[in-house]
Ligand binder design. Structure first.
Ligand code: NAI
Ligand code: MG
Length: 367
């Protein structure tokens, strides 16, 4: 029996609704599988915790988290209690930075039964690998002079190490998927960092002869996400370009409520963190209608990360069968509640378990 230790941080708002839902789903999967187990430890760190303790997590918070196999986070932010820069930087960003979660990955896929805002979206299924540690989001620069002479300087940092790391991650991912990597560049306009990025991309691509590649300027690439999202498999991008592209990716799927994300630690020193793209959604808090799919899909990414890819794929197939059959929360055009959608997913996981047991196969191997 393989046991995975998971640190649950539901956080604020609907995080407290969707993390328990996804946790139930993971437990149902473990039951059906038979060979794995999840042990969840919940941490109450949130804006309410801040009000009581004056900080988002205790001084030894990272120490408490560091030996878990992964961190499963809901959302952080409650503007009525705590300003966003304090809540986000005091928890989420602290974990991302200190645990060297240098890669951010976000898939975007047309889900059966979910209406995309695109008129003719075709069947897209892509994943963006975003360099998450440097690039355009480096705090190097400064301001000088005043008034009409005022100057702001913002430097972008592109190291071979971090660029190559993100690219290799993208190629490894593509090897398990559609075998194509697109590099987001802008070497016609940004004349030092982006030609360097292109050069490293070319070098790295030589190590992956089975994978085809192309490079696209970010402006054209953004347009292609709207006009031809089906043409992409894995897209690798710098921090800023990846940030913009991934919001676009979530948008073309039809709701931020279904978009998952992962912050990956690649050196194995610290846990990775899995969190949906959405925030705490105070406008729907307590109504029981938060879409649990973003968090559940995030759990699928966690399973992939644990090497349980078959189980992860089975989970996403079940989620898609549920949306296909019209179990939809209001954000994607339905009338179902968080609980109804979650219960249906769990029911289908158990049905699958029964089916496999009847056929005397092990676990979910028939999926
Ligand atoms: P948001 O993502 O919380 O909400 C944006 C809109 O999408 C709202 O109308 C909301 O109802 C809807 N929505 C989001 N998730 C949904 C779900 N699962 N099901 C159905 N509808 C959903 O973004 P907003 O309103 O800008 O931020 C609210 C708070 O969350 C802020 O304090 C913000 O700082 C924080 N935040 C935290 C993030 C994180 O923890 N990673 C990410 C984004 C925002
Ligand atoms: Mg963003």
């Amino acid at each position: 029996m393989k046991t995975f230790q998971i640190a649950n941080i539901p956080g604020d708002g609907i995080g407290k609704e969707v993390v328990p839902a996804a946790t139930e789903v993971l437990n149902a999967l473990a039951e059906v599988h038979g060979g794995i187990k999840f042990e969840f430890t919940e941490f109450p760190w949130s804006c309410e915790y801040y009000l009581e303790h004056g900080q988002m997590m205790p001084d030894d918070g990272l120490e408490q988290l560091k030996d878990f196999d992964s961190i499963f986070l809901g959302a952080v932010g409650n503007l009525q209690l705590v300003p966003d820069h304090i809540s986000l930087w005091g928890l989420l960003i602290k974990i991302r930075r200190e645990f060297e979660q240098v890669i951010n990955i976000r898939p975007a896929k047309l889900m059966d039964g979910v209406r995309s805002p695109l008129v003719n979206p075709k069947d897209f299924d892509l994943i963006v690998v975003r360099e998450n540690s440097e690039g355009e989001y480096s705090s190097i620069g400064g301001n000088i002079y005043k008034d009409e002479d005022e100057i702001a300087i913002q430097n972008a940092i592109f190291s071979r190490k971090a660029s190559e790391r993100a690219m290799r991650y993208a190629f490894e991912l593509a090897a398990k998927r559609g075998k194509h990597v697109t590099s987001a560049t802008k070497s016609n306009g940004i004349i030092y960092s982006m030609p360097f990025w292109d050069k490293v991309f070319k070098e790295v691509s030589k190590d992956y002869p089975d994978i085809t590649t192309d490079s696209q300027h970010i402006d054209a690439l953004a347009a292609f996400f709207v006009t031809h999202p089906d043409k992409f498999d894995v897209v690798v991008a710098s921090n800023l370009f990846g940030d913009i592209l991934t919001d676009l990716g979530a948008a073309i799927m039809g709701s931020i409520g279904i978009a998952p994300a992962a912050n990956i630690n690649v050196n194995g020193k610290y846990p990775s963190m899995f969190e949906p793209v959405h925030g705490s959604a105070p406008d729907i808090l307590g109504k029981g209608i938060a879409n649990p799919i973003g968090q559940i899909w995030t759990a699928k990414m966690m399973l992939d990360h644990f090497g349980e890819e078959e189980l992860g794929t089975a989970l996403l197939d079940i989620v898609e069968s549920v949306t296909r059959d019209g179990y939809l929360t209001p954000d994607i055009g339905g009338t179902n509640t968080t609980k109804e959608v979650t219960d249906e997913i769990i029911k289908r996981i158990r049905d699958l378990g029964k089916l496999n047991a009847d056929e005397e196969t092990t676990g979910y191997s028939k999926v």
